[in-house]
Design a protein around this ligand. Structure first.
Ligand code: GLA
Length: 402
């Protein structure tokens, strides 16, 4: 999907500024509006620090939210009509609640309409909804999970639906499966809905229990380390990439393991002893899952102990495994990770998210920032002739009303 108009909610400015911008965009779209009648909410995108391609095997992940969000401004109507407006795409849709618009995988409507469709029996009436956001689309920073999370949250808050946050995350995941054609795991909506400021989130994707782990203080708050995200600009749609293919390969590997160990419910339960049963490609995939799960738990311990060198080393190993065993990286991301690793003061570098393009994430000492930026730009210039967009994650937001 391509953006027609730049976002009306530029970054910068505080919560009040953002709320005022959204109210004014809402008035432009829907006419005069009393501020008390318009609910404004946001849900953040995420960057995964470690633990990729483990969530749908009921494994462990350690993502954090970022300061880029999806925004919703919402007002109830006294009829059964839903009017949806997306500022980023300049598109407006009007429909009866009983017939949310047909969706195209990958389009913003898939997420908004998908949520409305799933919730429609619980909605007391129609509404006007403006959606906007500044999470880069298709960069692997979960713009879609942020959008569906913001829509679920705003409808929940406006109509008092009392949706449990974990059920909200499950609902967003279902929307991806049913309306966007991506068999994704639960990591992205879970952290968007349940992530906390100043913390990463360790999630056990089987029990859905989670633990909030303090992040290194950012230089803005007086110390330690920077979390740097670099968007290669290489885009893939998860639905068309190797994502669903990896899931199918792993399902076949699981079936082979289950023939000798029927108690194994998912690759979370696989063990090193199962590897010899598998053909070489499946063996590589399963080995990634086993070792990545272990790395995530070590990384959580390292973060708690403020052993950032150890954390960085685990990030590097994770990248190698995603590149060589799960094979979801690409030449551009590999080059960026390698270039960053050669910079003094960069502790860890890896691709993040689904892969096949998108972003890398780096843990760096503040003194390394300029050299890291240079190394990433040179790397992208060589591989695909376009500078990366670089974000330093100074704050991480949570899902909330503005
Ligand atoms: C995408 C999916 C997630 C997860 C990651 C890989 O972001 O949406 O559920 O599987 O890829 O870790």
């Amino acid at each position: 999907m391509t953006r027609r108009n730049p976002s009306t909610t530029g970054r910068g400015g505080g919560r009040e500024d953002k709320a005022a911008q959204l109210l004014s965009a809402f008035r432009n779209a829907f006419g005069e509006a009393n501020p008390e009648d318009v609910l404004i909410a946001r849900a953040p995108g995420r960057v995964n620090l470690i633990g990729d391609h483990t969530d749908y095997h009921e494994g462990f992940v350690l993502p954090m939210t970022i300061d880029r969000c999806a925004y919703v401004a919402l007002r109830a109507r006294d009829d059964d009509t839903a009017i949806l407006y997306a500022t980023q795409f300049g598109e407006r849709i009007t429909c009866p609640l009983s017939q949310p618009p047909a969706t195209r995988p990958g389009a913003w409507t898939a997420y908004v309409s998908g949520v409305v469709n799933e919730l429609r029996e619980r909605l007391p009436g129609g509404f006007e909804m403006l959606v906007d956001g500044d999470v880069p689309v298709g960069a692997g920073l979960s713009s879609s999970a942020a959008l569906s999370t913001a829509v679920v949250y705003a409808l929940d808050q406006l109509f008092g639906l009392e949706i449990d946050p974990i059920d909200a995350a499950r609902l967003s995941q279902q929307v991806e499966h049913r309306y966007a054609g991506v068999s994704c795991g639960i990591m992205d909506p879970f952290v968007s809905r349940l992530g906390r400021r100043g913390h990463a989130l360790l999630l056990d994707c089987r029990s859905l229990s989670c633990e909030h782990v303090p992040l290194p203080q950012t230089p803005a708050s007086g110390a330690a380390l920077e979390i740097v995200v670099a968007d290669s600009g290489v885009r893939r749609k998860l639905a068309d990439s190797g994502y669903n293919a990896r899931r199918r390969e792993c399902e076949r590997a699981l079936e082979i393991i289950q023939r000798s160990r029927p108690g194994v419910r998912s690759l979370r339960d696989a063990a090193a002893g199962d590897l010899p049963l598998l053909p070489p490609l499946a063996r590589r995939r399963v080995r990634h899952v086993l070792e990545e799960n272990r790395r995530v738990l070590h990384a959580r311990d390292a973060l708690r102990q403020k052993d950032y060198e150890a954390f960085g080393a685990l990030m590097n190993e994770s990248h190698e495994s995603l590149r060589d065993r799960y094979e979801v990286s690409c030449a551009e991301l590999d080059a960026m990770a390698a270039a960053a690793r050669n910079v003094e003061g960069v502790l860890g570098s890896r691709m993040t998210g689904g892969g096949f393009g998108g972003c890398t994430v780096h843990l760096a000492r503040p003194s390394a920032a300029a050299a890291l930026r240079r190394a990433l730009c040179e790397s992208c210039a060589k591989t695909h002739g376009r500078p990366p967009a670089i974000y330093i994650v100074r704050e991480n937001h949570r899902t909330e009303r503005l």
